[in-house]
Design a protein around this ligand. Structure first.
Ligand SMILES: Nc1ncnc2c1ncn2[C@@H]1O[C@H](COP(=O)(O)OP(=O)(O)OP(=O)(O)O)[C@@H](O)[C@H]1O
Ligand SMILES: Nc1ncnc2c1ncn2[C@@H]1O[C@H](COP(=O)(O)OP(=O)(O)OP(=O)(O)O)[C@@H](O)[C@H]1O
Ligand SMILES: [Mg+2]
Ligand SMILES: [Mg+2]
Lengths: 227, 227
């Protein structure tokens, strides 16, 4: 499903260059459950943003289902994102003026799903993450963990093929965290490819494979690591 | 240092009332290290916002160093906050257009600290949290964990008496989390009163006392719990 070859992402900061990702080579099969771990600042979110077609690599190759992503235009990229990829951002990016149901409806709004159908699926997704009692709350009327669960519900409501989750349980207690992981692992068992960035060892151990990043390099879990 | 008596905080949502805190009675001595734990949505951040004089209780009493906070006006409240209380918000609230040094200088700017002195103390605080290599980065040029560490540096730069930290290690790897806790525990050993909200059992166990909230009520760690 995913092939990365010598992928780099460099940020230019005045005269200094920050190498957030340096020669990342990785392949991920359809239906895998991968955990991405590594110190703060090691490139995990940068990697996820590129996999989610939200950012472009500085150099190297990224193939999604055999297609070279660099050759796609903006319209094809957003079509690919909307149809196949679910994303749980590290800081949620909820829309402040919409309530929980409204925020979960957003991806379906873009995809032209009927109003009644949107409502029904949004309620189902929020119930699945334990928020049936907070449907009418706007983001600032929700706790940190409740906002995170709205973001998770929004990421799965279109039935994606690939789910990219950046610390999906960082603001949740142990019990809520396990419930969320049970939900997304059920989807993984039905074929969803799952890539989860986490600092929590208990969450990382649930994955089939652990990829470790340090200073933008894959030091564990990639193909045979060059010396 | 802190006395809460039958403290309530209720949010009115249309016809429904949300009881974020219900009859919380708690006393905290100067120099204590307290962990506040509990499920997502149980009232932890609400409690911290009230302790930090950022929100007012709906009813009940809150005394800080013997003074009833409800009787203070806005000017006295902001003086108390600025002088004695450091706060690490659950979602940081960094100013987007300032770099790391600029964000850490903000509390000193309000307190009228000289420019050179501000710079020096801001650099010291950022080095103490391991960010000497990111001084000129703005929040969107920092990773999640790096932003969290800027927020921690800002919270301690005025040498507060009370530090309220809402999930201070939620976006940090194990190693960075321990470094941060070592730093704030050194300050606790010198007299800083420390109240840390966390979902991480390893962080909670470092405290002298654990206060557990459920549905807005103290169910563990308070004074003798009524039946
Ligand atoms: N402005 C508001 N209006 C209505 N309800 C609110 C508001 N702010 C918070 N709440 C509700 O109050 C309850 C307590 O919220 P609080 O943020 O204190 O929880 P928390 O313990 O910090 O949770 P978490 O671990 O998820 O951060 C939540 O159920 C939340 O939905
Ligand atoms: N726009 C930017 N400009 C310059 N440097 C950046 C920018 N965005 C990120 N960085 C740097 O790139 C590095 C990688 O960031 P990234 O967000 O991928 O880290 P991360 O592994 O997700 O860390 P965390 O666990 O703290 O969230 C960081 O050191 C960060 O300072
Ligand atoms: Mg990150
Ligand atoms: Mg909270």
């Amino acid at each position: 499903m995913i092939e990365l070859r010598s992928l780099c992402r460099t940020y230019r900061m005045g005269s200094e260059d920050v190498h957030a990702l340096a020669n990342v080579t990785l392949s991920i099969k359809k239906g895998e459950h991968i955990a991405v771990v590594g110190p703060s600042g090691s490139g995990k979110s940068t990697l996820l943003n590129i996999l989610g077609c939200l950012d472009r690599p500085t150099s190297g190759s990224y193939r999604f289902s055999g297609q070279e992503v660099a050759e796609l235009g903006e319209v094809e990229l957003s079509g690919l994102r909307q149809r196949w990829i679910g994303f749980v951002f590290q800081f949620f990016h909820l829309l402040p003026r919409l309530d929980a149901v409204g925020n979960v409806e957003v991806p379906m709004l873009f995809a032209g799903v009927e109003r009644e159908e949107r409502r029904r699926r949004a309620r189902w997704a929020l119930e699945a993450v334990g928020l049936e009692h907070r449907l009418r709350h706007k983001p600032e009327e929700l706790s940190g963990g409740e906002r995170q669960r709205v973001a998770i519900a929004r990421s799965v409501v279109m039935g994606p093929r690939l789910l990219l989750a950046d610390e999906p349980t960082g603001n949740l207690d142990r019990h809520s965290a396990e419930e969320i992981m049970d939900l997304i692992e059920r989807m993984n068992a039905e074929g969803l490819t799952l890539i989860v960035v986490t600092h929590d060892p208990a969450i990382a151990q649930r994955a089939g494979r652990i990829v470790r990043l340090e200073d933008g390099r894959v030091v564990e879990g990639g193909p045979d690591i060059p010396p």
